[in-house]
Each structure stands twice: as structure tokens, then as C-alpha cells.
Write a protein that binds this ligand. Structure first.
Ligand code: NAP
Length: 295
């Protein structure tokens, strides 16, 4: 890893490979370049994909980026070998092809591998890289699991990070936390709860968008131009997030806004009649069960 002092900033500068640099991977690369966060500043980024067309897109996207992005097509092992840290962001079903490549265990030796794959357990990843069993500390790589969302690109992801195994070196844990904090806010959860973290951090933004779409439709029906309604809705979400972060309890926030028998309370009655809370909890439960079957 490049020295901290060499960049002139007091932040680590690991080289980072994004293996499977599609929609989430590209957002991660953007987030790693975010100067505002300054938790890490990668010395270089290696982005690996399988097709020539995706490689061309990455070349065009990151041509003039502030951090060098080297694009690898069909060169996952080389990308891992050339970097201190690898972030695995391919589709879950491609995991065994990617990590089962000849030379991958050697390329990852002593390094960090962070999987952002939904539904794939750390134990399956280790079994794929080391079918004969995990080797000694000097020979192995350290596998971490994190489930972010697409807001990694602006450093605003909500990310569930699996509590690492007790034998994991503290320095590796510290670096992974910094990398994930560069991409957003992190919450550590045990392995058993990672599917729940996946759905809450990764899937739920789609459902919030669905709910907000309905609110916007209602505002449009009352005469508000759609673009203005969308802008107000986005700002309203940011305000709600800020209030929840302060107070941490959604029920307390709802009660404080519904304190008077006014318009908010009237609307709240309609939402309760529609069973919004029960339906939301049921959607979470069903999606968590589905997430556990992805790997
Ligand atoms: N999107 C999200 O919001 C989100 C959130 C949390 C977690 N995730 C997880 O992130 C992963 C990627 O999701 P995504 O939405 O970014 O998918 P995506 O847009 O389809 O990207 C997948 C990428 O993997 C590459 N790839 C496929 N097979 C490969 C191989 N054998 N070697 C190297 N690269 C390969 C693809 O390259 P080609 O295009 O060249 O085939 C593509 O760049 C998934 O495991 C998903 O569970 C996604």
C-alpha cells in the first residue's frame, strides 16, 4: 500500500480492484474518488469486467478521472494481483467462475477481498477460493462482506457490514471500515443478519421510491407540476433522514408530526387503514427470505 504521507493527506492509499465493475461497481469507483469524504484515497483503481463492450464503456467513463482507472477485460486474477484490496461486485452466479480462476488464491494472498454480492455467504466465498480448506494466515486472504446501495457514488450509501471473524487482523478490519465509510454510513451486523441488512440497505430504497411516487402523483393531482413535486419529495426525504438520524425512532417522529388533529393526522389514518406498516414489514420478511436463496 502507498505511504500515507506520500499523498500529502493523512489517509491510507491502497490500490483497489473492482472485480465485476457494472452498475454497483461503477458507482463504487465514483465513490472512491469522492474528495469530500477523504477516508481513503486509492493510489489506483483496477476495474475488471467480462465483455469488451463493458470495458469500452468503463474506458470512456473514467478517461479523465482524478484517480487512474485501469480497465481489465477477462483479467480478474491480474486485477486482484495488481491491487492491495479487491471488491467483488459481479453477479452472485458468476462468483465461482471469478474466484475459481487459476492463480486467484495466489493473487489474493495476504490481501483483503470485500464481497458486495447479495445472498452469498462468506463461508461459500472461502470454500470457492480454498476448496481444500483455508490455509495459514500468511497464505490466505481475508474475506469481508458488505451490502451497500447505489448511493455509494456520492458517499451516501447505507451499508450493512458483516462482523468479521474473530481471527481477522485489526489493521485489515480498520482499512475495510474506512473504505466502506468512504462510500456511506456503515452498520456492523452478525453474519446471520446480513440478508436483513441486504434488504434494508439495498432493496428498501426501491420501496421508498414506490411510496414517494404515490405521494408525487397525489401532489400532481392537486395541481403541482411533476418536476416541482419530485424536487420537493427528494428534499422531504433528505429532511426525514436527517430527523431520523437525530432521533433514531420512526414512531417518535411520526407521533411528533401527528401531534395535532390536522392534515397530517387525517392522512395518517388513511395510510393506517391501508395497512402500510403491516404490508411494509411483510415485504421486508418476504424479501429477506428471498435474499437468503440468491447465493
Ligand atoms: N445494484 C445494486 O443496487 C446492488 C446493491 C447491493 C449489492 N449488489 C450486488 O452487486 C453485484 C453486482 O450488481 P450490479 O447491479 O452492479 O450488476 P451488473 O450491473 O449486471 O454488473 C455486473 C458486472 O459483473 C461483470 N461480470 C459478470 N461476470 C463476470 C466475470 N466472469 N468476470 C468479471 N466480471 C464479470 C459484468 O461485466 P460484463 O458487463 O462485461 O458482463 C458487469 O460489469 C451483485 O452481486 C449484486 O447482488 C447490487
Amino acid at each position: 500500500m502507498a505511504s500515507m504521507a506520500s499523498s500529502g493527506m493523512n489517509v491510507p492509499s491502497p490500490s483497489i480492484a473492482v472485480i465485476g465493475c457494472g452498475s454497483l461497481g461503477t458507482a463504487i469507483v465514483r465513490g472512491l474518488m469522492n474528495e469530500q469524504k477523504a477516508k481513503v484515497r486509492p493510489s489506483k483503481i483496477c476495474a475488471a469486467v467480462s465483455s469488451q463492450s463493458s470495458a469500452n464503456t468503463l474506458h470512456d467513463t473514467f478517461e479523465d478521472s482524478p484517480i487512474e482507472v485501469l480497465v481489465y477485460q477477462g483479467g480478474n486474477t491480474n486485477a486482484a494481483r495488481d491491487c492491495d484490496v479487491s471488491i467483488l461486485a459481479c453477479p452472485p452466479h458468476s462468483m465461482s467462475n471469478v474466484l475459481g480462476e487459476k492463480g486467484m488464491p495466489d493473487a489474493l494472498k495476504g490481501k483483503i477481498l470485500i464481497s458486495v454480492l447479495a445472498g452469498v455467504q462468506t463461508s461459500s466465498i472461502l470454500k470457492t477460493i480454498y476448496p481444500a480448506g483455508v490455509p495459514s494466515d500468511d497464505e490466505r486472504c481475508w474475506v469481508f462482506r458488505a451490502l451497500p446501495n447505489l448511493a455509494v457514488s456520492t458517499g451516501a450509501s447505507a451499508t450493512a457490514v458483516e462482523v468479521p471473524a474473530s481471527e481477522t487482523p485489526a489493521a485489515k478490519i480498520g482499512l475495510v471500515d474506512l473504505i466502506m465509510q468512504q462510500l456511506g454510513g456503515i452498520v456492523h451486523v452478525p453474519a446471520l443478519l446480513m440478508d436483513a441488512g441486504t434488504v434494508l440497505c439495498g432493496s428498501a430504497p426501491a420501496w421508498v421510491a414506490l411510496f414517494v411516487d404515490g405521494l408525487v402523483d397525489g401532489a400532481v393531482a392537486a395541481g403541482v407540476p411533476r418536476t416541482k413535486a419530485n424536487t420537493m419529495a427528494a428534499q422531504m426525504l433528505a429532511s426525514t433522514a436527517a430527523l431520523l438520524k437525530e432521533d433514531q425512532r420512526p414512531s417518535a417522529l411520526r407521533e411528533s408530526i401527528c401531534a395535532m388533529p390536522g392534515c397530517t393526522t387525517q392522512g395518517n389514518l388513511i395510510l393506517e387503514e391501508g395497512g402500510v406498516r403491516g404490508v411494509s414489514a411483510k415485504a421486508m420478511k418476504t424479501a429477506i427470505e428471498a435474499a437468503s436463496g440468491l447465493g
